[in-house]
Design a protein around this ligand. Structure first.
Ligand SMILES: C[S@@+](CC[C@H](N)C(=O)[O-])C[C@H]1O[C@@H](n2cnc3c(N)ncnc32)[C@H](O)[C@@H]1O
Length: 281
């Protein structure tokens, strides 16, 4: 299995990865860099509506009240953080490894008049610059796949207040093997066989109770939502080609160059999605 011999991505490589994909992702996907959530085939929501809906579904798990302090680890360009602030009245701090995304997210907060309520910092979720007990809730929205799970969960436990809530999504292999499917690595353009660093690691759902217990956290929920999120792949591939002309004119490279390892348009690419919730005792 190639993932066993792959070299973990450094912070710089991870940041570069999102800088490279960012423009295409934003044009095809919108500003939520996470799966959409649909009720089923009759749900005709767009990817923008369905990704916002998934934000709301995770937000419910955080059980927020106005004034609560939320930490969003791996915050992308800030759309989920700003939506959480609007829908709950909580204040949110987003952290991402990509410095450019901090600028974009900060600009977005200013434009929405929420610069006091929602702030963004450049940093590593596995080594947080916050004191113990600084937050009432922590969100990891499709970002933990890029991190060493035990390390980030220890940091989450440390910065949460007692009783503080955690909600996250994780991606999981549908192959039955406890390993990252090659189809997924290939799709995200991070195939170690091509010399690429190990950008993402997927684990089986069964690992989650132990991961939270090892971090001294209590598990409230592990829900497999793959059937609701699977529609993302097809819509994303359709959208990549819809934005082709605009993207290529703007960036001077082809969609194929960005997705050159996207050999499969298979809807699941062998990957499912989990919603996980827990809290600090
Ligand atoms: C799939 S995107 C999800 C972004 C955002 N949560 C959303 O839903 O729109 C993964 C994010 O994790 C960030 N990331 C990856 N490794 C990180 C690390 N070690 N510390 C902080 N952020 C990280 C990336 O920069 C990116 O913003």
């Amino acid at each position: 299995m190639t993932s066993q011999s792959a070299t973990p991505a450094t912070a710089g490589q991870m940041s570069d990865y999102y800088s490279g994909m960012g423009a295409l992702l934003q044009m095809a996907w919108g500003d939520n860099f996470h799966f959409g959530y649909w009720d089923g085939p009759s749900d005709t929501n767009t990817i923008e509506q369905a990704t916002d809906r998934f934000t709301d579904i995770l937000t419910e798990r955080l059980r927020l009240s106005p004034g609560d302090r939320v930490l969003d680890l791996g915050c992308g360009v800030g759309k989920p953080a700003l939506r959480i602030a609007s829908t709950t009245g909580a204040s949110v701090v987003g952290v991402t490894i990509n410095a450019r995304h901090v600028e974009l997210a900060t600009e977005r907060a200013r434009a929405e008049g929420k610069a006091d309520q929602v702030t963004f910092r450049h940093g590593d979720a596995m080594d947080l610059p916050f004191a113990d007990g600084s937050f009432d809730a922590v969100l990891l929205f499709e970002s933990i796949i890029h991190m060493d799970r035990p390390t980030v969960l220890r940091e989450v436990q440390r910065v949460l207040v007692p009783g503080g809530r955690l909600a996250l999504t994780d991606l999981t292999p549908l192959t039955g093997e406890d390993d990252t499917p090659e189809s997924f690595r290939s799709m995200i353009g991070a195939d170690p066989e091509d010399g690429a660093p190990d950008i993402a690691t997927l684990i089986n759902a069964e690992a989650w109770p132990g991961l939270l217990a090892d971090a001294n956290m209590l598990l409230d929920e592990v829900t497999d939502v793959t059937e609701n999120t699977n529609g993302t792949w097809v819509r994303l591939f359709e959208n990549f080609f819809k934005v082709r002309r605009e993207f290529e004119a703007k960036h001077g490279i082809t969609v194929e160059q960005v997705l050159d390892s996207a050999k499969s348009g298979a809807p699941t690419v062998g990957v499912g999605c989990l919603v996980i919730a827990g809290h600090k005792p």
